[in-house]
Design a protein around this ligand. Sequence first.
Ligand code: FES
Length: 574
Amino acid sequence: MMLRSAQWFSGREELAFQNRAALRAMGLNPDDFVGKPVIGIANSWSDLNNCNANLRDLVEAVKRGVLLEGGLPLEFPTISLGEEFMKPSAMLYRNLMAMDVEETLRANPIDGVVLLCNCDKTTPAQLMAAASADLPAIQLNGGPRSSGQWRGETVGSGTDLWRYSDELRTGKISMSDWRELEASYGCGVGACNTMGTASTMTSLSETLGMMLPGTASIPATDARRMQAATATGRRIVQMVHEDLRPSQILTPFAFDNTIRALLALGGSTNAVVHLIAMAGRRNIPLPLSRFDELSQTTPFLVNLAPSGKHLMDAFHAAGGLPAVLAELRDLLQLDCLTVTGRTLGENIARARSFNKEVIRSREAPLLPGGSLAVLSGNLAPRGALIKASAASPRLMQHRGRAIVFRDYEDMLARVNDPELPVDPQSVLVLQNAGPKGVPGFPEWGMIPVPTKLLQAGITDVVRISDSRMSGTAFGTVVLHVAPEAADGGPLGLVRDGDWIELDVKSRSLQLMVDDAELSRRRAEWKPPVNKHRRGYPRLYIDHVLQADEGCDFDFLRPTSDCELDFVQPIVGRS
Ligand code: FES
């Protein structure tokens, strides 16, 4: 098989000379790379991203694997998306990272790529790039961090932060307790140790077939992760020889399997947006209705925070993702090809749950179905999501009057005001917090329960927004309302005191205002002024698609034949 890199190293002699000389300048001999698979290693390590900190060590093991298998590893840095620091949201930059990776692959002599990810958006960004580039690709994550301990209790990333911040506001814990918690909370490198977005996305990458089986949940500091890194490095070289590409792996059936896994995991709502975007790169339609359809028949099995009790270390010990897939076996398309060169069914043939309290059996699920629901109605004509597994059962059918926050600043300024006319029946509405409105589609959807209610013992109310929420968050929170308020969606027409009706069972979200009044409000509506007049945020506002379309850029979606979309560069003089 003719390697792609041969165009750089064995093509027209004066150009090949230049390219070979470039690698010689780094101390390599032509025998080490001419005719051998050149493996790019896209490393999203950064000092600005604590979750990806261990990728600097893992990459050495990946390189070892590539070399042992006869390839040449060439590591390259990419933008890193750290959920903690990036404001307003790492989501603003997911598409930028996807472009960064895709364009690096396009421009360079790379035959196959190892994608090193961990924190939430790094995983889908790399997979979107791999789907478009369609060079042999395999992903490896940094793994979840170990569980923190505070006063005899385990501390779950994100989930316990939200919980204890409510306790701080109501005086149940002091500021000095809070500082002590902060010291115990970080508990080392790696991704959040709950089934938040990071672990959801890496589990889904494994389900799709883009990661070696059983590796997504290996703890960040476990030696087995280094072993997995070496195995990943070896495998990508074999994949180049086999010409095994994402287009053979990322099929409609693989995406269906992945939706099933998301539902069984009780995973992050963010995954819905990312899966739609990833499938979109292969021209695979993934309407929200497909998520709801599969939700009806997929049991919720994994007892992990935020929907359940345990943390990622317990999940891995219980058998990890292969054990979940084994429980779902009869619901899956087992003949989907994976990076192992074998099918999903072959990969999970010997898998089983070793702890039925953590990974439930089909006979004793946490919920028989419906862990995620897709809502629609006149308030969300193109859909909205609710994570039913992390919501309050008493609020699943609810009617209440709206308290409207016109944007995030307004919400922060007023939500804890003792004069806010809120009661336990109120429906909190946050407008202009969607993809274009901010811009960047941040995780502002879990509006804090007003202190006034917390003090009265009310810990959950219905909240609705065009925003997202952290995968580690919980509550009766309706998210991703589409179209968003800033794009003219009806969410922007809601006013204080309007009645809103949520009925999760019938998948309905209704604003109880008649059409004539809504038309009158629409005629008066003006889009919010966005301060961004230039640069990447402006590009984002002008080109981002809505939540139900995955929030990719319109110009990154493929044309009708995506095989022809990744135009190879002309390898000539620079
Ligand atoms: Fe990075 Fe949770 S903040 S994985």
